[in-house]
Design a protein around this ligand. Structure first.
Ligand code: ADP
Ligand code: ZN
Ligand code: ZN
Length: 744
């Protein structure tokens, strides 16, 4: 019997992060379920706040007279499915934070949005009948009816909104004509956010042998009711998507549903179209540009059973399917799968947890698997499915490595090597296209003094400012802007300026070097406006430009058959980011960028320009040898005790008072040292992170390392309790990050 509802109240406060029991009044019996949002009286003043039902109890340990009743169901609330409540509990446990934060993460949309309804008015009479009726109204001098009917005789079907505005008639008039059988008022519910898609003939694709083997291996298990985790490790262009589609087709055939996670940046029209052409409008797509209403409508379709496949970025993982059978995580190595907000969950790990709870399988895919995913295959936690050949039989590109130090020695001071220049010219002559890839926007755009070494920093964030066009310097953390200095504020020298390697500068250099080439640039600045991203890509795809210059953005999601040359300008920039994943990130970027060359008939070439050609990330990327890279990188992770060999817990502390923060951080460290009775942890810091101050808030960071994840999670729980009990931590914000994607 439902007697008491166990409720998590909607207040983000560590101290209230526990269950409160409320009685269920008789009128609400049977109305509530796990996940329902309710309004309850809270605290001494009985303030009305909302909360979520997480379970029910028959008994309570509280004195009965103290128990308050649930007031009502929250208006316009969206129930979190009970399965997602369980997932939220798992996320809170793993990644820290409060239960309400976890619940809000799994809740796909916050509020019910009124759905858009389109109404039409349609004349039911023949023209002759209508004209007779018109005369009747005219005789009776019923002006509004005359206007309406005359309008409909002219155009027998019209939008309700248009009719009311243009003809100036009210709903009452329309209703009365409806009652007389003159017209029909029709409503049509429109689902917002549905992809407008025209079905077109796709040539049928027959899976090649490797693709069949991969899909077959998966199905061998699945059809026997064995659900697990699979890694499709396939080189770029090997046809991973076709393999997913085959697996999805079979899972859907069993009446189950599928979630496909794709990083936002790769979620292009082309990609989505491939799923639409197979599964029609039983596919739904989420993306971050959609409004709450659009998302709500798609979730409604899910609940009505109208959707079999949900495609989207990280948050699509929480689609409330009733019978989830498979989660595909494409490009699983992407760092955007990790949330930057509490709970800082990783979508790959969370997908595996959700699949276990709902007896579903997980398929991960990548050309450059994360060390975590490949390691799992080595320890037989997941099954490795390899695709080693390009699907349409194209050859892999030839890679050349250029040592930029040698280039400088031989007198070329340009950012473009002689080798690359020559190859670009060849392409221009042959009418083929080139992509020039630079590691990161503004990363090297910092302003420094060549005389004394002073670097201009943001006064609020302690990061270097980047030089932009028009003599401005900009902070990429908080947006602070100031006029570029013409003299060094430190030594007065005028040798101060930007290290010119941003995308804008490269565009200028390229235009000067290849005067007759049409050049497009794609980075954060040129893609601020909605659709500009797609516009640039399609212009390039249509052959409107010879050269596309860009950041990470140009690496993903698009196939350009006419691109036969990829130049990587600052290959090792990402090697120097003082981060344990920098080698992995560099290998990944180079391999993915190289994979853009020669996707069409003509085979491709890649030029990697680097100052450290001997580094294994660059050597292995040039050889396109993932497993060689994996072995080297794992040796380093083992030596240093980094994930995936060991686990790392970052404790990020933020506060406005630097000295107070420093003391609080050392207290927390002291507690961790004392609590670690078995000496199984390595405790590092607290230190100032790389970026010490953001928006005038100081930051300190503590790292805990341990071979066993469970021990770290226990320690996190203990620290959370300690923080909650000590009022000294009240003015400080503390966040946990398990296995962070970068060092702070
Ligand atoms: P990946 O995701 O591994 O980079 P895709 O699935 O995008 O590869 O496939 C690359 C290209 O090869 C696509 O244009 C796709 O249509 C084509 N392709 C994939 N599998 C086959 C196949 N079996 N036969 C012919 N073409 C294929
Ligand atoms: Zn100086
Ligand atoms: Zn700043």
């Amino acid at each position: 019997m439902q007697m008491y509802a166990d409720i998590i109240v909607d207040i983000t406060n560590e101290k209230l992060d526990r269950i409160f029991q409320y009685s269920i009044p008789s009128e609400l019996r049977g109305e509530l379920s796990v996940g329902t949002e309710v309004i309850v009286p809270f605290g001494n003043g009985n303030r009305e706040i909302s909360g979520y039902v997480v379970s029910f109890s028959e008994k309570t340990d509280y004195p009965l007279e103290k128990i308050k009743p649930v007031l009502k169901k929250a208006e316009k609330s969206v129930a979190i499915e009970s399965k997602l409540v369980a997932l939220a509990a798992w996320m809170k446990e793993q990644y820290g934070g409060t239960m309400i934060q976890a619940l809000k993460t799994v809740l796909p949309i916050k509020r019910k949005e009124s759905s858009q309804i389109k109404r039409k008015v349609r004349l039911l009479l023949s023209t002759k009948e209508a004209k007779e009726k018109l005369k009747f109204y005219q005789d009776k001098n019923q002006k509004a009816r005359v206007r309406l009917l005359a309008g409909l005789i002219e155009q027998p079907e019209q939008d309700y909104e248009l009719v009311t505005k243009k003809l100036n008639v009210t709903l009452a008039v329309i209703r009365s004509l409806k009652e007389q059988g003159v017209l029909a008022l029709e409503t049509q519910e429109l689902f917002r956010g549905s992809v407008k898609y025209q079905k077109h003939e796709e040539e049928k694709i027959y899976l090649n042998e490797q693709q069949q083997q991969a899909a077959g291996r998966f199905w061998d298990d699945y059809s026997k009711g064995i659900y697990g985790t699979y890694l499709v490790y396939g080189i770029t262009g090997s046809g991973k998507t076709e393999v997913y589609i085959e697996m999805i087709r079979r899972v859907i055939g069993q009446g189950r549903q599928v979630i496909v996670l794709i990083p936002e940046i790769a979620l292009t029209y082309q990609t989505v179209l491939r799923f639409y052409s197979r599964f029609g409008d039983r596919v739904s797509v989420l993306n971050s540009r959609m409004s709450a209403g659009e998302r709500y409508d798609q979730m409604e379709r899910v609940k009505r059973g109208e959707v079999d496949v949900m495609i989207g970025p990280r948050s699509a993982l929480f689609t409330p399917f009733g019978n989830l059978g498979l989660i595909v995580v494409d490009e699983e190595h992407e760092s955007t799968y990790k949330s930057e907000q509490v709970p800082r969950y990783h979508a790959r790990e969370t997908a595996i947890a959700r699949a276990k709870m709902e007896r579903a399988s997980v398929v991960l895919g990548s050309a450059t698997p994360s060390l975590e995913a490949f390691f799992k295959c080595r320890i037989k936690d997941s099954v490795l499915l390899r695709l080693t050949k390009r699907a349409a039989g194209q050859r892999l590109p030839t890679v050349h490595t250029v040592d930029m130090r040698e280039e400088l020695k031989s007198g070329n001071r340009s950012i473009i090597s002689d080798c690359l220049k020559e190859k670009v010219r060849e392409r221009l002559k042959r009418g083929q296209q080139t992509m020039l890839f630079i590691n990161r926007r503004g990363y090297a755009g910092f302003v420094s003094c060549r005389s004394c070494g002073y670097v201009v920093k943001c006064p609020h964030c302690d990061v270097s400012l980047s030089e932009h066009k028009g003599g401005k310097m900009v902070c990429h953390y908080c947006g602070h802007e100031e006029q570029a200095a013409d003299k060094c504020p430190c030594c007065g020298s005028d040798c101060i300026g930007g290290f010119k390697a941003g995308t804008q500068q490269i565009e200028d250099i390229v235009k000067r070097e290849f005067t007759d080439a049409v050049v497009l640039r794609m980075d954060m600045d040129t893609t601020k406006r909605k659709d500009s991203h797609a516009k640039i890509l399609s212009a390039f795809s249509n052959g409107e430009a010879d050269i596309l210059i860009g950041t990470q953005m140009i690496v993903k999601g698009h196939d350009f058959p006419n691109v036969t040359l990829v130049g990587i300008l600052a290959a090792d920039m990402s090697l120097y980011s003082n981060d344990y994943r920098s080698g992995e990130r560099t290998f990944e970027l180079l391999t993915q960028a190289a994979g853009r060359a020669g996707r069409g008939e003509v085979s491709g070439e890649v030029v990697i320009q680097t100052y450290s050609p001997e580094h294994y990330s660059i050597r292995m990327a040039a050889k396109q040898d993932y497993e060689g890279f994996y072995e080297e990188e794992m040796r380093y992770r083992e030596l240093m005790g980094y994930p995936p060999v060991s686990c790392l817990l970052a404790v990020l502390m933020t506060g406005a008072d630097e000295e107070y923060l420093r003391i609080a951080a050392s207290y927390l460290k002291g507690f961790a040292v004392r609590a670690d009775k078995m000496r199984s942890l390595q405790i590092i810091g607290p230190a100032s992170p790389y970026v010490n101050k953001v928006n005038d808030e100081y930051r300190r960071i503590l790292y805990l390392k341990c071979g066993k994840k469970e021990i770290l999670i226990q320690m996190k729980d203990l620290m959370e309790q300690y923080i909650e009990m000590n009022s000294g931590f009240q003015s400080i914000r503390i966040q946990f990050d398990l296995n962070p994607m970068r060092v702070f």
